[in-house]
Design a protein around this ligand. Structure first.
Ligand code: SAH
Length: 363
């Protein structure tokens, strides 16, 4: 089979300049302006590659809406303020959240909605559901005002670097061309950088002493986003809620994964055609937020968080207006979002606030 244009482009770059760090490969595979995975399609839902919590049930966005309304109220209802979402997908989460905000009319009226999104396909979908939003390519250009921000399954899509502990020290995993690779059919493989890291200071503290063969991961793009959020919260107040899959404590291990049509795939096979993600390291992100002057809360498991916010009551209420089949769907969605063997435990919620701000709900 002849390779797609993005495979050829990456292969040409490697042939010209040598093996590339994993984060460059991921940035090309997911975010190349024309050929990247997110630029060319809507990956969500049953017909796409994966499903997310807001696509499972309206309850998710509604409860996040109540959380953010509560945080805004507890902080003295500042006006003006920015209501922002990173990587809003189809816009479903914000649409459900805004419906919940009808219970707090002054907040709904004052909310200036800002989306950070790079995908033209998803931007178009978001415009259908939330036409009043303002769009940004990067978080940096959000207005400098009190910030109330949500991000669901955003950080897991940002590029990571990987390092392997060897006898020589920590060597970086690079993407190279494998044996038998040709221009028409490039084959990508992972190789180790010839020289080790001069210092292990960029690695999570907890993994620095890991034994030979261990893998350490960092996401500089995630850290940059957290730094920007935390600095704004410190300077202007507000609250951020980050929900994603990952681990509460930094740990060694390879968490890179690719998913295509709801099946696991090889991240090095057909870049641009599969979603590539990695676990979010909440401990490292919380530390970065604290360093930038914000307070970090949690993470807590998604199931526990949603229960604390009242998802069982919300499900019961929805069921009073539902027929039997809809009732079964509500029960299934509730289980999917909260059960420990589904999304309830692997997914976690972390909140960031200005230091001294009232404790947010659910933590
Ligand atoms: N939050 C949504 C979608 C999650 S998928 C949901 O829960 O359904 C990841 C989202 O982040 C998509 O909207 C994708 O286009 C966007 N995204 C990925 N990388 C991005 C980047 N570097 N900058 C801005 N948006 C990005």
């Amino acid at each position: 089979m002849t390779a797609g244009p993005l495979s050829r482009l990456i292969a040409r770059m490697i042939a010209e300049t040598g093996p590339m760090p994993l984060d460059h490969y991921m940035a090309m595979a997911l975010g190349h302006p024309k050929l990247g995975y997110y630029m060319t399609r809507d990956p969500l839902g049953a017909l796409g590659d994966f499903t997310t919590a807001p696509e499972v049930s309206q309850m998710f966005g509604e409860l996040l809406g109540l959380w953010i309304a509560d945080a805004w109220t507890r902080q003295g209802a500042p006006v003006p303020f920015v209501l922002a979402e990173l990587g809003p997908g189809r816009g479903t989460l914000m649409a459900d959240l805004l419906r919940a905000l009808r219970a707090v009319p002054p907040m709904l009226e004052a909310a200036q909605i800002h989306f950070v999104e790079t995908s033209p396909v998803l931007k178009a979908a978001q415009k259908e559901l939330v036409p009043q939003a303002t769009w940004h390519d990067r978080i940096d250009s959000l207005p400098q005002e009190p910030l109330f921000l949500i991000a669901n399954e955003f950080l897991d899509a940002l590029p990571i670097r990987q390092f392997v502990r060897t006898a020589r020290g920590w060597c970086e995993r690079h993407v190279a061309l494998g044996a038998g690779s040709t221009e028409d059919a490039p084959r990508f493989v992972s190789v180790l950088s010839p020289t080790p890291l001069p210092s292990d200071e960029i690695l999570p503290k907890a993994v620095r002493a890991a034994p030979a063969g261990s893998i350490a991961e960092i996401s500089l793009a995630s850290l940059a986003n957290i730094d920007e959020i935390a600095t704004r919260l410190r300077d202007h107040g507000g609250a951020a809620l980050i929900v994603d899959y990952g681990h509460a404590r930094s740990a060694a291990g390879d968490t890179l994964q690719a998913v295509r049509a709801h099946q696991f795939a090889d991240p090095f096979d057909a870049p641009g055609e599969a979603d590539i993600t990695a676990h979010v390291d909440f401990e490292t992100l919380a530390e970065a937020a604290r360093r930038a002057g914000a307070t970090a809360h949690g993470p807590v498991e998604q199931g526990e968080f949603l229960r604390d916010l009242g998802i069982d009551t919300r499900a019961r209420k929805l069921k009073t207006h539902a027929n039997e089949e809809q009732g079964r769907e509500i029960d299934a969605a509730l289980k999917r979002l909260t059960a420990r063997d589904e999304m309830g435990s692997l997914f976690k919620a972390m909140a960031l606030t200005a230091p001294g701000a009232p404790e947010p709900a659910g933590f």
